[in-house]
Design a protein around this ligand. Structure first.
Ligand code: FES
Ligand code: FES
Length: 221
């Protein structure tokens, strides 16, 4: 018969043994899981095809048309559109995502084409300024730009047209602040912002014609 002291020690060592066993099982289990996930990652990496640096064939959906071109994987969407698809509406100005001159729509959302690789744009609907007019008819935003004289050198204009077209699609009657917010990523170095805002409002059905109102919109720009 065990005395109470030895029975207490046995219980203690049993508990300690069980604890260490459980800890060991858990540690082994965790290590095994980690090894499995590392192996899965390696398998995924091995399965990925390395492309380039030589040109590779890609297909871009531009203004409703599937266009096949060959570009080096490092080529940006802007470069592909301008120099391979030969649509020069999107402009290269800063080439570093600060001015918005290269804006195009990707699945209806404005993006900087200089900040995306052409091969990443595959499978998405790309709209450039060349895709806004239909059968010789300007879209309402383009028409309003003409009527409001909303351009000077015109370098920024394609980007603004696309940003405002996207805005009016999701919000047909925006106010001036919403127009300003939608165009926050587009810069006009000629300082045409007041007339651009005026044109956006006009395209949405708000007619702003007086000089006083133009000056008031200048405060917003
Ligand atoms: S050229 Fe792309 S943001 Fe300026
Ligand atoms: S019209 Fe010249 S940069 Fe906007």
């Amino acid at each position: 018969m065990m005395d109470s002291k030895s029975s207490g020690n046995d219980l203690l060592s049993l508990t300690r043994r069980n604890f260490l066993k459980t800890l060991g099982t858990t540690a082994v289990g965790t290590a095994a899981t980690q090894v499995e996930s590392v192996a899965a990652e390696l398998q995924k990496l091995n399965a990925e095809t390395i492309v380039g640096p030589a040109p590779i064939p890609i297909v871009l959906q531009v203004n409703g048309q599937a266009i096949s071109i060959e570009v080096e994987p490092r080529v940006t969407l802007l470069d592909a559109l301008r120099n391979h698809v030969h649509l020069t509406g999107a402009k290269e100005v800063c080439d570093r995502g600060t001015c918005g001159a290269c804006t195009v729509l990707l699945d209806g959302q404005p993006i900087y084409a200089c900040m995306m690789l052409a091969l990443e744009a595959q499978g998405h609907a790309i709209t450039t300024v060349e895709g806004l007019a239909h059968e010789g008819q300007l879209n309402p935003v383009q028409q309003a730009f003409v009527e409001c004289d909303a351009m000077m050198c015109g370098y920024c204009t394609p980007g603004f047209l696309l940003s405002i077209t996207a805005l009016l699609k999701r919000r047909p009657h925006p106010d001036a602040d919403e127009v300003k917010h939608a165009c926050a990523g587009n810069l006009c170095r000629c300082g045409t912002h007041p007339r651009i805002i005026q044109a956006a409002l006009k395209a949405s059905g708000v007619s702003v014609t007086s000089q006083t109102e133009v000056i008031r919109y200048a405060d917003l720009a």
